[in-house]
Design a binder for this molecule. Structure first.
Ligand code: COS
Length: 392
């Protein structure tokens, strides 16, 4: 857990992120949409201002932000097209955090400085063709062979797989234990023989992001590649869950960024657009759409910030992270829908960003755990706490 970066330094970091988003990222959105690629010069600029290292502790060259501070930076960058955050998002979140949370000192020393600078890119390889929501259904096998493990299987929809230097990869090390037990988390360099990265997926939205299949055919890694070392053999599911808990608050921040952008787009349009002789913003039915969106954004921000603060306080936040992810991603879906409605015909045209954002945010209710998985996590935790004598 990082100690907070002092307020003055943090204010500078957030201002830099805000300026970079408004002045560099947003002006390139159309190009990203049309070329399905984030320009290389922007990736270099992201490295220069430290975005890849937001969450990596300072002793390993990162900014060492708390999750509350990361939330604010991601809510800024999250106002631009989601493809931009995706470039560095796996280094800040799901790709690096297994190592930060459970890694050995050697693993941290070896990988975190490169992850912080962006010279190393990490992907999180959990999902498989037959293991999506059922993360415990991992079929990729890691079979011990002397001091090594030999890994065979297929991973699916892996973000940044095409650019990854390493994978934090979940594989079954105990074939006799079905479900979540018997899974270990490995650090697997992508230049290891036997790894093939598939062609990148064609998606409804989020153009410029990259997700690919990865096939592993007898990929040999030393046993020391298990995150946390051999003492964490068969403990990889828990590492993955801890990573996802934290990642869900990061996604909540991202959703509030998109929500804010949508509200600004819709409000600006409503003030400029005249019908029946006056700006449509003066009509109460349009005001109701705007007000509902603002109230939902505010609620989402409050829940997300509270969950982040609880994480920073060292509390178990599985339930709160699920609440934050569900609340904010469901809200941004409704906010995007209202924004299209306020723009009317224009909202359906590719000329206006809300058309793209409407498609882009749809994935937020799916990745890092669907809304239905968040409901399941919330309900399970409620029942556990209640049965344990706590009142909710
Ligand atoms: N932190 C730490 N440990 C956790 C945990 C958490 N948040 N959640 C569960 N665990 C532990 C449990 O305590 C349990 O430990 P024991 O075996 O020692 O009792 C173990 O992990 C298994 O937990 P559980 O029985 O709850 O696992 P399930 O197989 O029922 O799965 C869900 C739980 C559904 C919540 C999990 O599979 C999940 O999150 N699925 C969604 C995956 C996802 O988000 N995919 C998106 C793509 S990856 S970007």
């Amino acid at each position: 857990m990082n100690a907070p970066v002092d307020q003055a330094t943090f204010a500078q970091i957030r201002d830099t992120a805000r300026r970079f988003t408004q002045e560099r990222l947003i002006p390139h959105e159309r190009e990203v949409e049309e070329t399905d690629t984030v320009p290389a010069e922007l990736v270099e600029e992201m490295k220069e201002i430290g975005l890849f290292g937001l969450s990596v502790p300072q002793e390993f060259g990162g900014m060492g932000l708390t999750l509350s501070q990361e939330f604010e930076v991601i809510a800024e960058v999250g106002q631009a097209a989601l493809a931009f955050r995706s470039v560095f998002g796996t280094n800040v979140g799901i790709g690096s955090q297994g190592i930060v949370i459970d890694g050995t000192p050697d693993q941290k020393e070896r990988w975190l400085p490169g992850l912080a600078s962006g010279d190393v890119v990490a992907s999180f390889a959990l999902t498989e063709p037959d293991a999506g929501s059922d993360a415990g259904g991992v079929r990729t096998r890691a079979v011990r062979d002397g001091d090594d493990f030999v890994i065979t299987g297929t991973k699916r929809y892996i973000t940044n797989a095409n650019r990854a230097t390493i994978l934090t990869l979940m594989a079954r090390t105990d074939p006799d234990t079905p479900g979540s037990g018997g899974i270990s988390a490995f650090i697997v360099p992508t230049d290891t023989p036997g790894i093939t990265i598939g062609k990148h997926d064609s998606k409804m939205g989020q153009k410029g992001t990259r997700t690919c299949d990865i096939t592993l055919d007898a990929v040999r890694v030393p046993a020391s590649s298990i995150i946390g070392g051999e003492t964490r053999l068969n403990q990889g599911f828990k590492t993955a869950m801890k990573v996802l808990d934290r990642g869900r608050i990061h996604i909540a921040a991202l959703a509030t960024g998109q929500a804010r952008r949508l509200i600004n787009e819709a409000t600006g349009y409503a003030i400029d657009r005249k019908q029946f002789g006056q700006p449509i913003a003066e009509f109460q039915l349009v005001q109701a759409l705007l007000a509902d969106s603002q109230a939902e954004l505010y609620s989402a921000e409050c829940v997300g910030r509270d969950a982040a603060a609880r994480f920073d306080a060292g509390l178990n936040i599985a339930m709160e992270a699920a609440c934050a992810k569900m609340t904010s991603t469901e809200a941004v879906g409704r906010i995007a829908d209202r924004a299209v409605q306020i723009l009317g015909g224009a909202g359906y045209m590719t000329e206006y960003p809300v058309e793209r954002i409407y498609r882009d945010v749809r994935l937020m209710r799916i990745y890092e755990g669907t809304t239905q998985i968040q409901q399941l996590i919330i309900a399970r935790n409620m029942l556990r706490r209640h049965k344990g004598g706590e009142r909710l």
